[in-house]
Design a protein around this ligand. Structure first.
Ligand SMILES: Cc1cc2nc3c(=O)[nH]c(=O)nc-3n(C[C@H](O)[C@H](O)[C@H](O)COP(=O)(O)O)c2cc1C
Length: 340
């Protein structure tokens, strides 16, 4: 199903307003595969985006979060009190939330979305089969060999291997999963040795040489997120784009402080200050910290915003998607003719 793509490059679904329709369509127009991110959006909002992509008559995908609700405990209330005291903003303990799971599944079926990917878990075989029978190609994101096997058993057409270098949230099936810290290249080789399923490689891929190495290691396609963050078509806000390229931030780290789920982003003051007390409770912590992040954006303060990025963020280039794509393809072709 990836053989119809001119180039083996997927644009990562990026929630939080980053994966705009413009970004997804520009990637598909340039011969890759653009993805919309349904996570955190209302069904109405993602439906409008799907309609626009359908009208463009280009291949595209939609990514959906598999719902989970870690149970709340005392640590969440303590975290709330501490953040309220430090930021002087009233915060709310949220109710359970499935991110409109049923409605989003219905939408991808109604519009026969060509590619549907899942993150934070594996849907049941029944759900996967229904979507496949409807004509979609189903991808499940995995972070270790065990999850890869489960995804294939449940009927996924392809698996997206997320290496530890990846920007954004860890896609682990369980919120807390220490078996999932696998570097991408090692992960590709391990899975390829054991399984014949189509592999998408994701995590810290930023240039044509990385793409070449991932394909050589056994991936069928690669998925890039951070590489597209500073494109003109990306919906990343200017404070975020500036933080990625200003040199003010020198490293990334994994953190639970913003959402309660492990995610990789630029290491800022919020992460350093609250890491030791942030509860592993998703999505409650994500909803809890939302007003703090919104205020930080208003104040143009990157030190209290979640600035998701891969370990390779220092190599981000800005420009149009076409410019980024042309560069990636040129580097890839150069590597194919000269790299080992
Ligand atoms: C800003 C940002 C938002 C992300 N949002 C999503 C998402 O909504 N769904 C998803 O499956 N992955 C999401 N991810 C993770 C990426 O899909 C991912 O692991 C990836 O393809 C590798 O990204 P990288 O090139 O940034 O390392 C996000 C990553 C970033 C950087």
């Amino acid at each position: 199903m990836f053989s119809n793509l001119k180039y083996p490059i997927i644009q990562a679904p990026m929630a939080g307003g980053i994966a705009t329709v413009d970004l997804a369509l520009a990637v598909s127009q340039n011969g890759g595969l653009g993805f919309l991110a349904a996570g955190y959006k209302t069904p109405e909002a993602i439906e409008q985006e799907i309609i626009k992509c359908k009208e463009a008559a280009l291949p595209f995908g939609v990514n959906i979060f598999v719902p989970q609700n870690d149970s709340l405990d005392e640590s969440l209330y303590l975290y709330k009190e501490r953040l309220e005291e430090d930021f002087q903003i009233p915060l709310t303990i949220p109710k359970p939330d499935d991110d409109y799971w049923t409605e989003k599944l219905e939408l991808v079926k109604t519009y026969k979305v060509p590619y549907v990917s899942f993150t934070f878990g594996c849907p049941t075989n029944e759900i996967i089969e229904q979507i496949k029978e409807n004509g979609s190609y189903v991808i499940v994101t995995v972070t270790n060999l065990e999850e890869a096997k489960i995804a294939v058993q449940q009927g996924a057409d392809a698996i997206c291997l997320q290496g530890i270098e990846a920007g954004g949230h860890r896609a682990t099936f369980q919120n807390v999963d220490e078996e999932s810290y696998v570097p991408l290249m090692e992960f590709i080789s391990t899975v390829r040795k054991e399984m014949a399923v189509p592999i998408i490689a994701a995590g810290g891929i930023i240039n044509g040489k990385d793409i070449h190495l991932a394909l050589n290691a056994g991936a069928d396609v690669v998925q890039l997120g951070t590489a597209f963050l500073c494109t003109e078509e990306s919906g990343a806000n200017p404070v975020y784009k500036q933080a990625l390229q200003s040199g003010e931030f020198t490293e990334t780290a994994l953190t639970r402080t913003f959402s309660g789920r492990l995610a990789r982003g630029l290491k800022n003051e919020f992460m350093v200050k609250y890491e030791s007390i942030a509860p592993a409770i998703y999505p409650a912590v994500n909803t809890l910290t939302q007003p703090i992040r919104a205020k930080a954006l208003k104040d143009q303060n990157p030190q209290a915003m979640s600035l998701w990025a891969s370990t390779r963020f220092k190599e981000i280039q800005s420009g149009t998607v076409k410019e980024i794509f042309d560069r990636l393809i040129k580097e890839l072709e150069l590597c194919r003719s000269s790299c080992i």
